[in-house]
Design a protein around this ligand. Structure first.
Ligand code: PLP
Ligand code: ZN
Length: 442
């Protein structure tokens, strides 16, 4: 791993040679998040953007393994992670006047969320260390990701999730065969419990905002976005924020590419939080010290970003500050509305936390944080099938419902004639209850 020069504490700046510490700065305890630093000259020697990234067949996050904190020869999990689609949202041109918006769809990962990128690297790192058991705390998706990737290698793992996690995510864990500890408490409490237990038993700890490599796995989405855009970085990226690891990881990815000279500019990163879980928006608006600011009690329908104390808050704040971006909040109502909105203009079904980024696009436009001609990437971080009850709430609120018909053509005719409006758009024709306005899809 000669391309990694050191790990640096984001509080005191102390540098540790790779391998000297596993997780956090010993002087700063659990707050002492480390950042991985690279010898870019050495990387440049090894690969460049048009060569050495692996063949065009290698469409996974591992095509960037020479830019990652791992031995490039380490065994890789067989489950394919990364290289998710970047889909143009052309319908937004008419609807919002936005010409150049793309959706990075990480709902298409093997366990259906962005977390696969981090968990895949965690499993590789645990392998390098010879750790037999991997543990994580999670609001659900990080766990499902670890669970699935471990299953692909038959590796033992232990999961700490709050009992309130959506059933689909808990089901994934049980299907994959993980040991699941349903914590009677919040995600924040599950997080602390996992820390304590992993230390006691010597398990490898994948928990976000503690393990320094998780944002390094997540940064691969930034590489993909740039490569998919032919190495032209977008102007702005919108992503939902809970712990802040994804936004911190994206920032790291863009910084790596800039340092390597593969892109010219770093996009403005716009972090979207739910109104009931807006620690970082508050800190941003009031210029508060994220280390001194007390935790809040999080409450939002978007369970994946329901976080009272964002564990990766230092990286998240730096991502927004240094990139000239912003933190914004969106209400649960708007998040729910964004689920059918996004689905109807893209075909992509997102879970609430994924749809939050799309809700943030409308908000960012209102606030003048993005321009209509700019190239904007919205990241969908999780698949809609992860949380069916919330999606049903959303469609019911938007007036969507199925037509119950008897098993005979007569009742079909009744439905069709009742809705026969020739000039209505295709899907609106049979939907008499749609409300119209911004929330009514495309
Ligand atoms: C984890 C997660 C997020 C937030 O990522 P952080 O790194 O915690 O900020 C957003 N959306 C989904 C679907 C997630 O699983
Ligand atoms: Zn320190």
């Amino acid at each position: 791993m000669k391309h990694v020069t050191h790990l640096e504490c984001l509080i005191c700046g102390r540098k540790y040679p790779p391998g000297e510490v596993d997780y956090v700065c010993p002087r700063h305890g659990n707050q002492g998040i480390l950042e991985v630093a690279y010898d870019y000259e050495r990387i440049r020697h090894r690969v460049n953007r048009s060569g050495g990234l692996g063949s065009n067949m290698d469409r996974s996050m591992w095509r960037y393994k020479h830019l990652m904190p791992m031995d490039p020869d380490s065994p890789l999990p067989p489950l394919q992670v990364g290289w998710t689609p970047l889909q143009p949202l052309t319908s937004l041109q008419d609807r919002m006047g936005l010409r150049n918006v793309f959706l990075k769809d990480d709902g298409r990962q093997p366990t259906a969320s962005f977390k696969d990128r981090a968990s895949a690297l965690a499993v590789v790192k645990a392998g390098e260390l010879g750790a037999e058991i991997i543990a994580t705390a999670s609001s659900g998706n990080a766990a499902a990701a670890l669970s699935g990737i471990c299953a692909s290698l038959q590796r033992a793992n232990l999961i700490f999730v709050p009992q309130s996690a959506p059933q689909a995510k808990i089901t994934q864990l049980l299907v994959y065969g993980s040991t699941v500890l349903l914590v009677e408490g919040s995600y924040d409490q599950a997080f602390d419990l996992c820390l304590q237990a992993a230390a006691e038993y010597g398990w490898y700890n994948r928990s976000t905002g503690f393990n320094p490599y998780m944002s390094e796995g997540k940064k691969t989405a930034a590489y993909e976005i740039c490569e998919q855009l032919n190495w032209q970085a977008p102007d702005a990226v919108l992503v939902s924020v809970g712990d802040g690891c994804i936004i911190g990881g994206l920032h790291k990815g863009f910084r790596d590419l800039k340092a390597l000279g593969w892109i010219q500019q770093i996009p403005r990163l716009i972090g979207v939080q739910a109104s009931g879980s807006d620690f970082l928006v508050q800190a941003w608006e009031n210029n508060e010290d994220v280390l001194a600011k007390p935790p809040l009690v999080a409450r939002t329908v978007a369970d994946s970003i329901s976080v009272g104390l964002p564990r990766d808050r230092i990286k998240a704040m730096a991502a927004v500050r240094q990139s000239g971006g912003a933190f914004i909040r969106v209400s649960d109502e708007r998040i729910l509305q964004a689920i059918p909105d996004l689905a109807r203009c893209s075909g992509v079904f997102a879970e609430p936390a994924g749809a939050a980024a799309f809700a943030g696009l409308g908000k960012a436009l209102e606030l003048g944080l993005v321009g209509k001609k700019e190239r904007i990437v919205v990241v969908n971080t999780g698949n809609g099938l992860k949380d069916i009850p919330s999606a049903m709430r959303a469609v019911e609120a938007a007036g969507g419902k199925a037509h119950r018909v008897e098993a005979g053509i007569e009742s079909v005719r009744r439905v069709v004639s009742r809705n026969d409006a020739k000039d209505a758009k295709a899907n609106d024709r049979f939907d008499d209850s749609r409300s119209g306005g911004v929330g009514s899809g495309c």
